[in-house]
Every structure is written in structure tokens, then in C-alpha cells.
Write a protein that binds this ligand. Structure first.
Ligand code: AMP
Length: 190
């Protein structure tokens, strides 16, 4: 199954993506995690993107598209988390999946307001000390979400592949809605 998970930072995407990946036996492809590992490993890519992540800005599209192309070509199914974040990235994703004949089965949107997103991220900053979970970077990340990622959400909504899931609830309640949506897909693609 090829699943795309959309939603602002702090919507619980990472938590739900990990759970779906484990229960369906498919890889969790999270671009933020790929970038953070590159930074930790001090690779060329890591050095280049570190200041961008710390500010809460977006890494250039070309770089992200190359990164994800390599990763997705290896996989039959996946839960994609953190990509696409801009319309050019969405175009590139559609084109690469069409090329290999493996379109997305479903796009899930975790909906949370900015207040809930910010307070969850500030909580995580206290626990994990992520630099991009500090107030200025959080504001920047949410601004990028509204300006650049919401048009991507609208695109999938228009195409009819999007299933909105209210995200301001407990992990278990959100998970139950996601599992119900995925059951429909599994039945359809049989
Ligand atoms: P995340 O863990 O998904 O919140 O991503 C952390 C950071 O990595 C983001 O704030 C961006 O700086 C960068 N990043 C991750 N995915 C993308 C993407 N698809 N396009 C641009 N930047 C990205």
C-alpha cells in the first residue's frame, strides 16, 4: 500500500506514520528524519541542510526530489511523511510514481489548528531539545505549511484521494479513524 500522510508539524503525523508502517509492514519514509540523520552523520548533504532546518525553513525542491526519488524507487509500498511540502514537489512525486506505475492509494490529512500544533511542538522542544522546535523556528515552519503545503493539500482534495482526519484527539482515536480509512483502501485495491 502506498500512503501519503499530510498535516502540519505537531499534527501527530510521525507517531501515526510509525504505527501504520509497523502494522502494515511497510517502510516509514520521513524526509525530516532522513535529513536529521544526514546532519548527525555530518555528510555533505547534512552540512548543507543543517542551517535550513535550524531556522525552520524549507530545503530546496531539487534536493528533496532527488533524495526521495532514490528512496521510493527501492520500495513497493510506503508511508510517506514530510514530502511533498510544495506544489513542485507534488508534481515531481506524481510524475515519478506515474513513471513506475505505482500511484498513491490514499492521502490522509491530519487536521490540527496552529494553537494545538505550536503547543505540542513546544512540549517536544522541552523533551527532545530539537532546535527547530524553538518558538521562532516553529512559527516559521507553520508559516511555510500554510503558504506552501496547503496548496498541496487542496490539490489532493480536488483529485478526490484525500481523507481528512480530525487530529486534535488522543493517539488511539486518531489511529482508529486512520485504520478505518485504510481498510476501505485495502478492500478497493483487492
Ligand atoms: P519534519 O521532521 O518533517 O518536520 O522536517 C524537519 C525539517 O526538515 C523541515 O522543517 C524542513 O527544514 C526539512 N524538510 C523535511 N522535509 C522537507 C521537504 N519535503 N521539503 C523541504 N524541506 C523539508
Amino acid at each position: 500500500m502506498r500512503i501519503l500522510l499530510l498535516g502540519p508539524q505537531g499534527s501527530g503525523k510521525g507517531t501515526q506514520a510509525k504505527r501504520i508502517a509497523a502494522s502494515h509492514g511497510i517502510p516509514h519514509v520521513a524526509t525530516g528524519e532522513i535529513l536529521r540523520s544526514a546532519i548527525a552523520a555530518e555528510t555533505e548533504l547534512g552540512r548543507r541542510v543543517q542551517p535550513i532546518l535550524e531556522r525552520g525553513d524549507l530545503v530546496p525542491d531539487e534536493l528533496m526530489v532527488d533524495l526521495i526519488r532514490e528512496r521510493l524507487q527501492e520500495e513497493d509500498g510506503f508511508v510517506l511523511d514530510g514530502f511533498p511540502r510544495t506544489l513542485p514537489q507534488a508534481d515531481a512525486l506524481d510524475a515519478m510514481l506515474a513513471e513506475i506505475g505505482k500511484p498513491l492509494d490514499i492521502v490522509l490529512l491530519l487536521q490540527v489548528g496552529d494553537d494545538v500544533a505550536s503547543s505540542r511542538l513546544l512540549g517536544r522542544a522541552a523533551e527532545e531539545g530539537r532546535k527547530d522546535d524553538e518558538p521562532d523556528a516553529i512559527a516559521n515552519r507553520l508559516r511555510h505549511y500554510h503558504e506552501e503545503t496547503e496548496p498541496v493539500v487542496e490539490r489532493y482534495r480536488t483529485e478526490g484521494t484525500l481523507v481528512p482526519i480530525p487530529g486534535e484527539r488522543g493517539i488511539g482515536e486518531v489511529a482508529a479513524d486512520i485504520d478505518a480509512a485504510l481498510t476501505h483502501v485495502a478492500v478497493r485495491s483487492r
